[in-house]
Design a protein around this ligand. Structure first.
Ligand code: DX5
Ligand code: ZN
Length: 219
């Protein structure tokens, strides 16, 4: 079993961002996950368009931009311009999610929707057909380095069923507390994309860790 690996630069060394991105270019990472936090939707502030643009300058892989912000419609064009290839908005932050996903697609980016740990999968029934990705949060968004919520496996299986039922072509992405301890089980449950921040960037050898996540072993 192979995954799409999307390391999150939130856990990288911001003072050496170019080097960190070059390491990802060399590695087996597929996408680069970019966490944008506004201090309103989540209790933390990370960075915005200028940093996204700086990452893009060195990145040889698609940018997967995870917007943890209120009213994301206001910034879709800006992030597309800043180099996003995929844009993920939160279900909980969108009053008109159908419109928002269509706006993302019209900008030329792939459109994704993220759900918080408390948000049930069934709420996605009417928009799954226009979502290129569903990102299942396996921690409460806002910080790296938190522990994985076990209920996620159940949600992934439910989501897999919903995607089949609606004959949609949607990738399932997992974000938060992903390690080589849960990667295999997540793929087995139906996940396609694994986001990992601290597990990659706090490792002695990030490239090896990325290779482990790419082809995880049963634990
Ligand atoms: C959390 C972010 C994640 C975070 C994951 O709000 O959305 O992408 O960087 O970090 P780890 O892998 O350390 O849980
Ligand atoms: Zn994220």
């Amino acid at each position: 079993m192979q995954s799409i690996v999307a390391p999150s630069v939130l856990a990288s060394d911001f003072a050496n961002l170019q080097k960190e991105v070059e390491m990802l270019n060399r590695s087996q990472a597929d996408w680069i996950h970019v966490d944008v936090m506004d201090g309103v939707f989540v209790p933390n502030i990370s960075f915005g368009m200028p940093v996204c643009k700086a990452i893009k300058q060195h990145a040889e892989k698609p940018l997967d931009v995870h917007l943890m912000i209120v009213d994301p419609d206001r910034y879709i064009e800006d992030f597309q311009q800043a180099g996003a290839d995929r844009i993920i908005v939160h279900y909980e932050a969108c009053t008109h999610l159908n419109r928002t996903l269509n706006l993302i697609r019209q900008s030329g980016c792939k459109a994704g929707v993220a759900i918080n740990p408390h948000t049930p999968v069934v709420l996605l029934e009417d928009i799954i057909g226009i979502a290129d990705t569903v990102l299942v949060m396996s921690v409460n968004p806002g910080f790296g380095g938190q522990s994985f919520i076990e209920r996620t496996y159940h949600k992934v299986r439910q989501l897999k069923q919903l995607i089949a039922q609606e004959q949609a072509d949607t990738l399932i992405e997992i974000d938060g507390g992903v390690t080589s301890q849960n990667a295999y089980q997540l793929l087995e449950a139906g996940a396609d994309v694994l986001v990992a921040g601290s597990f990659v960037f706090k490792a002695d050898d990030p490239e090896t860790v990325i290779a482990q996540l790419k082809k995880p072993k049963r634990t």
